[in-house]
Design a protein around this ligand. Structure first.
Ligand code: GAR
Length: 217
């Protein structure tokens, strides 16, 4: 079976990119990364791509006079590497609705909260300030509204009384590294369908239970 051609967009450290690289290197994994693109010149994610010998490029948004020009270049690169799916892995740039429309159903994002709670930035600080007892992360298809769109996978973690932002972020990030590859695998296997704005799975097994139940360990 042909593996799904995936492009990964990053802006920073790229630990989620690394989780996707590691998964794609597993024998039999149904997807492979054909391009890593960063909008930030010195993003560590680029080093990870280099080390894994994955073609990569920087499209620095600061070098474009507007979002449309930046996204035109981004689109050209994605088309030129024949990407079939685009994973936003810590990509901290809002995409315009016309770009999202072009890639609708082929664009997925990971967000460090249990959406629809805590959309946007500073999610961990806001979760702590709200006193929630469970936090987590979400992989979802990107829609025209920010941090919205059909939810593919979620994982939950407990919030402990003395958690700092950093401690909570690290606990959630561990789960991000599990659910992003898992979501990618399910998409690449063609098991993810969208119906009436919600994701449905063709088949779900106990191995996929992170998608449907919280992990409170
Ligand atoms: C991750 O926690 C990801 O969920 C978050 O940025 C971090 C990137 O870490 N993304 C967003 O907040 C997007 N709205 P990484 O660069 O180590 O993967």
């Amino acid at each position: 079976m042909d593996r799904l051609r995936v492009a990964v967009l990053v802006s920073g450290h790229g630990s989620n990119l690394q989780a996707l690289i590691d998964a794609c290197q597993t024998p039999g994994f149904p997807a492979h990364i054909v391009r890593v693109i960063s909008n930030v010149r010195d993003a560590f994610g680029i080093q990870r791509a280099l080390k894994a010998r994955i073609p990569h490029s920087v499209i620095d948004h600061l070098e474009f006079k507007n979002r449309t020009d930046f996204e035109a270049q981004l689109n050209d690169e994605l088309v030129s590497c024949s990407a079939e799916l685009v994973c936003l892995a810590g990509f901290m740039r809002l995409l315009t609705s016309s770009f999202v429309k072009k890639w609708q159903g082929r664009l997925v994002n990971i967000h460090p909260s249990l959406l629809p709670a805590f959309k946007g930035l500073d999610t961990h600080a806001r979760a702590l300030a709200a006193g929630v007892k469970i936090a987590g992360c979400t992989v979802h298809y990107v829609s025209q509204d920010m941090d919205a769109g059909p939810i593919i996978a979620q994982a939950a973690v407990p919030v402990m009384p003395n958690d700092s932002e950093d401690i909570l972020a690290a606990r959630i990030l561990q789960q991000e590294h599990i659910i992003f590859p898992l979501a990618l695998k399910m998409i690449a296997e063609g098991r993810v369908k969208i119906k009436h704005g919600h994701v449905l799975f063709d088949e779900i097994s106990l191995d996929d239970s992170v998608i449907i139940s919280p992990r409170l360990t």
